[in-house]
Design a protein around this ligand. Sequence first.
Ligand code: MLT
Length: 314
Amino acid sequence: LAALGTTAAWAEYPEKPITIVVPFAAGGPTDKVARDLAEALRKPLNATLVIENVGGAGGTLGATKVAKAAPDGYTILLHHIGMSTSPALYRNMQYKTLDDFEYLGLVNEVPMTLIAKPSMAASNYAELSKWIAANQGKINLANAGLGSASHLCGLLFQSTLKVDMTTVPYKGTGPAMTDLIGGQVDLMCDQTTNTSSQIESGKVKAYAVTTSKRLTAPALAKLPTLDEMGLKGFNVSIWHGVYAPKGTPKPVLDKLNTALKTALKDADFHKRQEALGAVIVNDARNNPADHKKFVEAEINKWGPVIKAAGQYAD
Ligand code: MLT
């Protein structure tokens, strides 16, 4: 086994396609980041990257699949803040976030937007908050399941407003967006990588952004922050990171981390992501050790918040 871990044994890696597991349905924001990143990784890794969408249970099914995959560098995970919220939401999760993965590096941070079905009459946040107050008990809020980014944002939104909404979980906010556009659900808090084009095309109504500062992307620049709208201190943006199964040999991890850092400098990757409001991470969290420390801090940050807001959870 020691021989297996030597650099020589892995010098030829990668010798076959690498699968990036996306723990949500195709067509959503996590899928979008993964596909853009896969394109930017192709050359640095000199490999074919295959996206496998494994949705369900707020991303924990896909994360479980990678935690239990062979530690050979051919199955990796693209996940997000859900890595740090799921531990507080699932009592019998099939993996330990800090023990069962190798941390490869952080990728980007993505703001969120509060959006509604196209038939929503409210023309601004003030009118929307009146509609919410008048329709308590009848509002359907879409998300991607307990542990998803849309769940976290919706949970904070409900607990800040002290309003309980019926949450409708999907395997990702790609399919959720279809139902929102169709009017089957009323509201959703989702990432700009998924909502920008729908807002721009008028397919959904947008009311606010969830970050502490307004956004600059043209389709989003006129949206106020929720903090400005009275939800003091509301500040949620969704980080995404890359993970491999625990025990993946160091030479493989080094190749993956080096390729990731190259990909994060790729001009086309920047262009695609920044056009959708995403910000590429370019700091110590691109390093495995700092990325892991960051996720641990996020677990400690969001756990108590989720427990405190729990009365408004699904
Ligand atoms: C989330 O809410 O966690 C993501 O939007 C899910 C997805 O990428 O579909």
